[in-house]
Ligand binder design. Structure first.
Ligand SMILES: Cc1ncc(COP(=O)(O)O)c(C=O)c1O
Length: 338
């Protein structure tokens, strides 16, 4: 039995999901004729009380399309220094949108309205035009940390006052909403655009959705085509998304419990210097001096436990729907014996 904590993207479709995929009604989505994609898009938009949605192959694509739609070349995008859009999207902000980035040093991936107000560029011909703020919830490199909704509201009010667009990379927004007992509607009310992933904690093989106003999504649909993301009979994938939205959200609290239990055992080991607070399904821990993350990852692999060294002294484990209770117990037993 391999216990794979490298990411929540490693899940395989369940038999119920596969059956939903096989039964899907499909058509050519570039012509707007795929009934399953149309159903998924309107289902997601209505969950968030937003006007429209666009189905895309990946979270990178939904984020990059949003940035492209909100900016002009030469503009500036503000985000936390650990943001996925900056760290892990191949320099896409510059490549796709010709925009520069102002990085903020937030608290485990989360920035504040106060930090924003200190860095927004004045209206001066010498300066880049700040046009977009992007938040990430939960924050991946922040160890699955969640924003306080009150802070998001302050940020949204600031952006409105300064006429800045506000985007959310909500690849794991479902985890944040379950952990903080929040609703999609709350998020739909304050963001201009939201990217949500179906292929992470919800267990789909592929797919993300971009949400926003009708005009914004119309523009985004055009950009998706330019980026080569116009899909044809992708309703097979959308059917997996519909299945996930109906069946795989409420169970996320189980993943959060498993993460807390494993983090607890890690925190008791004498090789552990620090475990970032576990709020959702991500555990990031740091090793004491002299210990190398890749060595411990290799050791765990000997016990069929897969983890990911995110730096020379930090390791990440992510729980997900293919990590069952027995696997969590076996992992804790193994850690206790190391
Ligand atoms: C926070 C965050 N945003 C965006 C993405 C990109 O998603 P994808 O791998 O579907 O491009 C990821 C992927 O792990 C992520 O963790």
């Amino acid at each position: 039995m391999i216990i794979d904590f490298r990411s929540d993207t490693v899940t395989k479709p369940s038999s119920g999901m596969k059956e939903a995929m096989m039964m899907a009604n499909v058509g050519d989505d570039v012509f707007g004729e795929d009934p399953s994609i149309n159903e998924l898009e309107s289902m997601a938009a209505s969950m968030f009380h937003m006007e429209a949605a666009l189905f895309c192959p990946s979270g990178t694509m939904t984020n990059q399309i949003a940035i492209k739609c909100h900016t002009q070349p030469g503009d500036e995008v503000i985000c936390d220094e650990n943001s996925h859009i900056y760290q892990y999207e191949g320099g896409g902000i510059a490549f796709n949108s010709g925009s520069s980035v102002k990085l903020l040093n937030g608290n485990r991936g989360r920035i504040t309205a106060e930090q924003l107000s200190a860095v927004i560029q004045p209206d001066d011909v010498h300066r880049a035009h700040t046009s977009l703020v992007s938040l990430e919830n939960t924050s991946n490199r922040g160890g699955g940390s969640c924003y306080d909704y009150a802070e998001i509201k302050k940020i949204a009010a600031f952006c409105k006052e300064k006429k800045l667009a506000l985007h959310l990379d909500g690849a794991r927004l479902w985890n944040a909403m379950i952990a903080k007992d929040e609703t999609p509607k709350q998020y739909g009310e304050v963001f201009d655009s939201i990217s949500i992933c179906l292929s992470k904690s919800l267990g789909c093989p592929v797919g993300s959705l971009l949400l926003g106003k009708k005009d914004f999504i119309k523009k985004a649909r055009r950009v998706r085509k330019v980026f080569g993301g116009g899909m044809r009979q992708a309703g097979f994938m959308a059917a997996a998304g519909i299945y996930a939205l109906k069946n795989n959200i409420n169970r996320l609290s189980e993943d959060h419990l498993h993460a807390k239990q494993i983090a607890d055992s890690i925190s008791r080991k004498n090789f552990t210097r620090l475990v970032l607070p576990v709020e959702t399904n991500i555990i990031i821990f740091e090793l004491i001096d002299g210990m190398i993350a890749s060595d411990l990852v290799a050791k765990l692999k000997e016990f069929s436990i897969l983890a990911y060294a995110i730096s020379t002294n930090r390791i990440r484990l992510v729980t997900h729907l293919d990590i069952k209770k027995e696997m969590t117990e076996k992992t804790i037993e193994t850690i206790n014996q190391l």
